[in-house]
Design a binder for this molecule. Structure first.
Ligand code: AHM
Ligand code: MG
Length: 332
């Protein structure tokens, strides 16, 4: 059965999920259904992202989300699409989304799972036709099934993730996810309306020469980070920064590289959110053979204190993370 899981030709996401479920006994039918629900929402969001230049759907929504950022219409609609798909699917008791402050109860109290979601990341790139993404993370709830989900269901920490993944709306649309036994990538075939296994058992290069960060903030970075970036320049590493975390992560995953979002004086914990950005990508990169740290410790070991907690992030190829950490990027 294992061989058939890895066959790249003609394996749809649905079939792959089904086979993985048969193969890995711990995978339940509910989790399979939940992954299908996410794929369905991804297809709908993909359609809207693709039409973004045509439909009257881009542009400011006139509201700000809880982080005070300008919210785009497509952010809101992606949020709604995912909520709807997860609510209708029935496996998810509650959701935390970047786009909403509190816990969202789906009404499915019998659901075993809760989901943390960044429905549309990199939203500043929507209006200019640049890649954006969705990030998701799945936990088995600790509260009793049939009761209302509770905040603790989301606070278990990165090591307890059951599955995590992202959708990249790029030149192709891809869904990449892990359930803790490797990472697999699926490419969306528009005309058939199906995701096909295109990148089985993804591993990231041990090292690389790409570094990705907003160097416009250089003077606000801690001194050790500046020293590391100078070393990158001295070694003629390649700078690549899209400003869409999913897209930058995805490129580095395949090519080998490091993505950095360091702390700054004006943002002592950086910008990215632990629950729906750092934890899921850390789970994926480790499953692909890479590493993720906040500069002090492994991301997955960092405890969560609040739902929307931010964290510095250094993520990518093992040797590049080691090299960066050798500069003691932790501010004293
Ligand atoms: P968002 O969730 O509001 O879209 O912000 C997250 C994004 C990431 O995709 C990206 O890596 C980062 O913010 C870019 O930040 P900056 O513009 O500070 O470089
Ligand atoms: Mg985001």
């Amino acid at each position: 059965a294992e061989d058939s899981i890895a066959t790249p030709v003609g394996v749809t996401l649905d079939r792959f999920i089904k086979r993985s479920q048969d193969h890995f006994k711990q995978a339940t039918g509910e989790l399979s259904q939940l992954l299908r629900d996410i794929a369905l929402a991804a297809k709908i969001v993909n359609r809207e992202v693709n039409r973004a230049g045509l439909a009257d759907i881009t542009g400011a929504f006139g509201t700000e989300n809880l982080h005070g950022e300008r919210q785009q219409r497509l952010d809101v609609s992606a949020h709604v699409r995912f909520l709807r798909a997860l609510r209708n699917g029935g496996e998810v008791a509650a959701i935390v989304s970047e786009e909403e402050d509190g816990i969202i109860f789906t009404g499915n109290n019998h659901g075993k799972y809760v989901v943390a979601l960044d429905p549309l990341d990199g939203s500043s790139n929507i209006d200019v036709n640049v890649s954006i993404g969705t990030i998701f993370s799945i936990y088995r709830r600790v509260s009793p099934v049939h009761s209302l989900a509770v905040q603790e269901d989301f606070m278990q920490g990165g090591n307890t993730q059951i599955a995590a993944g992202y959708v990249l709306y790029g030149t192709s649309t891809m869904l990449v996810y892990t359930t803790g036994s490797g990472v697999n990538g699926f490419t969306y075939e528009q005309s058939l309306g199906e995701f096909f296994l295109s990148h089985p058992r993804i591993t990231t290069p041990r090292s690389g020469t790409m570094y990705s960060c907003n160097e416009g903030n250089f003077i606000d970075f801690p001194k050790p980070v500046q020293s590391y970036l100078n070393a990158c320049r001295n070694q003629r590493y390649t700078a690549r920064y899209i400003g869409s975390l999913v897209a930058d992560f995805h490129r580095n995953l395949f090519k080998g590289g490091i993505y950095l979002y360091p702390p700054m004086v004006k943002a002592p914990s950086g910008k990215l959110r632990m629950l729906y950005e750092c934890y899921p990508l850390a789970f994926i990169i480790e499953q692909a053979g890479g590493a993720a740290t906040d500069g002090r410790m492994r991301i997955l070991d960092v405890p969560l204190r609040t739902l929307h907690q931010r964290s510095p992030l250094y993520i990518g190829s093992l040797e590049m993370i080691d090299e960066a950490m050798a500069y003691h990027v932790v501010p004293d």
